[in-house]
Write a protein that binds this ligand. Structure first.
Ligand code: IDP
Ligand code: MG
Length: 149
């Protein structure tokens, strides 16, 4: 089963959207195998968003992502990278379809509530940045027999 890294960004925590977002992930059938609320350190944020280091929005992105608590998760399930990107919706919430998290709860690209890894390779990199192996739980969900053929 594929794993991906998901974050409820500080705007999502401040707006009380953690439960709603976790609920959507769970109801889709994806399994949360690690979860933590904390204020991400600046060095960790810079490593996480390293691919954007040269972009003009990088300083404000790092400032925002470290500005308050966020919720980090490792999410597992069939094609979880692709599924979580679809659950989150387009990066720019103006373009995000209704029914997606960004399409339902956001308007501004710099306040788009959630993050999810964009490839399995990125997921492995991001999971390793945010979680130790010992923080990831290996378990079965009782509904897996219904979720998967
Ligand atoms: P993603 O979060 O959908 O993967 P990326 O292109 O990887 O989108 O950008 C990372 C984050 O940087 C976005 O979620 C958004 O918060 C922020 N960002 C991206 N492009 C812009 C921009 O043009 N202005 C301000 N912030 C941006
Ligand atoms: Mg990205």
């Amino acid at each position: 089963m594929e794993q991906t890294y998901v974050m409820v960004k500080p705007d999502g925590v401040q707006r009380g959207l953690v439960g709603e977002i976790v609920s959507r992930i769970e109801k889709r059938g994806l399994k949360i195998i690690a979860m933590r609320l904390n204020v991400i350190a600046e060095a960790t944020a810079k490593e996480h968003y390293g691919e954007h280091a040269e972009r003009p929005f990088f300083p404000s992105l790092i400032e925002f992502i470290t500005s308050g608590p966020s919720v980090s998760m490792v999410v597992e399930g069939k094609d979880s990278v692709k599924v979580m990107r679809a659950v989150n919706g387009a990066t720019n919430p103006v373009e995000a379809a209704p029914g997606t998290i960004r399409g339902d709860f956001a308007l501004d690209v710099g306040r788009n509530v959630v993050h999810a890894s964009d490839s399995p390779e990125a997921a492995a990199r991001e999971i390793a940045i945010h979680f130790k192996d010992s923080e990831i739980a290996v378990y079965s969900r009782i509904d897996e027999v219904c979720l998967y053929e």
